[in-house]
Design a protein around this ligand. Sequence first.
Ligand code: FES
Length: 150
Amino acid sequence: MKRIALTVNGVKRTFGGDPDMPLLWYLRDELHLTGAKFGCGIGECGACTVLVNGAATRSCITAMKSMAGKKVVTIEGLSARGDHPLQKAWETCNVPQCGYCQSGQIMQAAELLGQKPKPTDQDIEEAMQGNICRCGTYQRIRQAVKLAAG
Ligand code: FES
């Protein structure tokens, strides 16, 4: 079987399983990186968001066969000690309630700050609007993204 080489959080990996397996399954079940969560499974909620080559990506609908040569960053790889400016801002603003969607929220925000280090309110609104939070922490999420951007 053809093996797929990719990098996850800076570590080179090869995958030899079902090419149609979603990236989220691979991350959670094989690499035990459980920060990205299963919410809807159809690309609608954002709980499973990770970065693929710097782009926020719904890992629940991203098949492993599309991952050859790609660089994946999950919440576990965002910083060495959980001290990325977004993670610190999340703590300062006490963002999470149940927490389930929050790693996806942070990874979505990481894409935004990667592209626009000083986003406007509208940039933040547009970037974050596809990430759903059932606890309604949206206001604190917006606050934290602004704080992280400085
Ligand atoms: Fe992937 Fe909802 S679980 S977008």
